[in-house]
Design a protein around this ligand. Structure first.
Ligand code: URA
Length: 261
């Protein structure tokens, strides 16, 4: 039986720091299997323990959630039939047998990709009805035009005749050829086809957030990290797009510029 410390179990699933957890324990606000615990360093079995903190039960994860910074040249499928699968980038200690990419990025696209074995969560984050935005940064062939903002907002018509849901776009302040795009849906090659519809062309595309789960600056292309319960919750909150573009212009434009085509 593998056990972990109670404070580790709680801090991975909440915003409480270790010292706050100690205080909660000393105020008798933490129970394990119905018993008030006396110290925060007791060992528990994470698979079976019923932990309640300040009235809220913390469930153990049955599923695993990995955030990959997808590099160029890998395909978002579970087999290597059409090219090398992104699953090959997950180290053995993080990989489970039913994992799949929740959502697609093209073979030449970069950035945030959620890989999980939780089919229900994948369905929830991909459904356009849930209104979970995804933010991309793109490097364009030609300079950004200010009329893109209204064209994207009013539901762009693609060359195929398909009409997109309203989307937001902003020029990235650091370059006239960089832009951030926020979408609530994921049609095939959608961002590339939206720029073709306005007479431009995407050279590099990188997804930088899924809901409010933002690709960490320290995660290099090809690297992945296991998400904690509280990171997964961020998938379901919505970033302020203008604040995001302002706050992350430097970080993500540097990543794209260092990745010249
Ligand atoms: N839109 C695209 O065109 N490609 C992607 O990989 C993702 C969104």
């Amino acid at each position: 039986m593998s056990t972990i410390r109670l404070d580790k179990f709680i801090s991975e699933r909440t915003e409480y720091s270790r010292s706050q957890i100690k205080q909660l324990v000393s105020r008798k606000m933490v129970t394990v299997d119905g018993q008030v615990v006396k110290t925060s360093d007791v060992k528990i079995n994470p698979d079976t323990a019923r932990v309640i903190v300040d009235g809220n039960e913390l469930r153990n994860e049955r599923y695993r959630y990995i955030l990959l910074n997808k590099p160029d040249g890998y395909v978002c499928s579970t087999t290597d039939n059409d090219g090398e699968s992104v699953l090959n980038l997950i180290p053995d200690n993080l990989r489970t047998k039913n994992m799949f990419p929740a959502g697609r990025l093209d073979k030449d696209s970069l950035g945030a990709l959620l890989i999980t074995d939780d089919g229900e969560l994948a369905h929830r984050i991909l459904s356009p009805r849930r209104h979970i935005p995804k933010i991309y940064i793109v490097k364009l062939d030609r300079p950004f035009q200010s009329n893109y903002i209204n064209l994207f907002r009013n539901g762009l018509k693609l060359a195929s005749g398909e009409v997109c849901m309203p989307a937001e776009i902003r020029r990235c302040e650091l370059s006239e050829k960089l832009a951030f795009v926020q979408l609530y849906e994921g049609k095939y090659h959608q961002v590339k086809r939206m720029f073709s519809a306005v007479g431009n062309n995407v050279q590099i595309l990188m997804r930088v957030s899924l809901g409010n789960l933002i690709l960490p600056e320290k995660l290099a292309f090809g690297q992945c990290m296991e998400l904690l319960h509280k990171d997964v919750e961020n998938l379901f909150s919505i970033p302020d797009f203008d604040a995001f573009c302002y706050d992350f212009a430097r970080v993500f434009s540097a990543k794209l510029i260092n990745k010249q085509v």
